[in-house]
Design a protein around this ligand. Structure first.
Ligand SMILES: C[S@@+](CC[C@H](N)C(=O)[O-])C[C@H]1O[C@@H](n2cnc3c(N)ncnc32)[C@H](O)[C@@H]1O
Length: 226
């Protein structure tokens, strides 16, 4: 397996590389951020959300959508890439960003949002990372994790050609659910997503019924403390 990718090197062209890989699906890379946050917003319904952690927030692309969806919540973004956090802080004034490091104590969260991070975490470190998230979850809180779908050949091709995915080891939904179980989290829902591009948004109502079909570009799992 390749050496771990250092996202400090991709802060300037992260969006450009994402656009290059996914432009056939949506010309706006912002679409992917908004889409995921909207799925989470809908799934949480009336669950109170006062504190949100975005774990592995990168350059902060999801933060404005989290702010819009949960306007009253305090939001904290963390990552191991300091350069990414510096960009995130410049573009999201007033939001707190912290470098992930052993012993970092941020308190408990009602929502932990994680998008496209696990496939960059070496296999042996995935369970400790999941256990860390479990310790940061409020008793009624939700951890929502989005990942690339390894069953989708288009997704695999995008990952194979993206420079910042050089260290990517995709995980199946069953692996992610297994990690949640081992970390003491109960899976509340698990679904494939991102089936149709925004130009076919009239098909969105159908998409909601396709969560079982392993053809979506991504999938997401929501879990809470057992
Ligand atoms: C593909 S980017 C996704 C960034 C962001 N979540 C998004 O959706 O735009 C993956 C991010 O995960 C971060 N990352 C990788 N391993 C991590 C870990 N163990 N803890 C926290 N962040 C990590 C990387 O530094 C990078 O910023």
């Amino acid at each position: 397996m390749s050496e771990k990718v250092d996202f400090d090197k991709y802060t300037d062209n992260y969006n450009e590389l994402l656009r290059e890989g996914t432009g056939f699906f949506s010309s706006s890379e912002e679409y992917f951020a908004r889409y995921k946050v909207e799925l989470v917003r809908e799934a949480l319904g009336s669950q109170p959300v006062n504190r949100i952690l975005e774990y592995g927030c990168g350059i902060g692309r999801n933060i404005p959508y989290l702010q819009a969806a949960f306007p009253a919540a305090e939001i904290i973004g963390t990552d191991i890439s300091e350069a990414s956090l510096a960009t995130a802080a410049t573009e999201n004034k007033g939001v707190r960003f912290e470098v992930e490091a052993p012993g970092l104590d941020l308190g408990k969260f009602d929502l932990i949002f994680v998008a496209g991070v696990y496939h960059h975490i070496p296999r042996a470190e995935r369970l400790p990372a999941t256990e860390l998230l479990a310790t940061r979850l409020q008793s009624q809180g939700s951890a929502c994790v989005f990942e690339h779908n390894p069953f989708n050949p288009v997704t695999r091709r995008i990952v194979d050609t993206c420079p910042y995915d050089a260290d990517a080891v995709l995980l199946k939904p069953s692996e992610l659910r297994g990690l949640f179980g081992q970390a003491g989290l109960a899976v509340r829902s698990s679904a494939y997503c991102l089936f149709v591009p925004p130009r076919l948004s009239w098909l969105s109502p159908v998409e909601k019924h396709l969560g079982w079909l392993p053809l979506g570009g991504q999938y997401w799992v929501r879990a809470g403390l057992s």
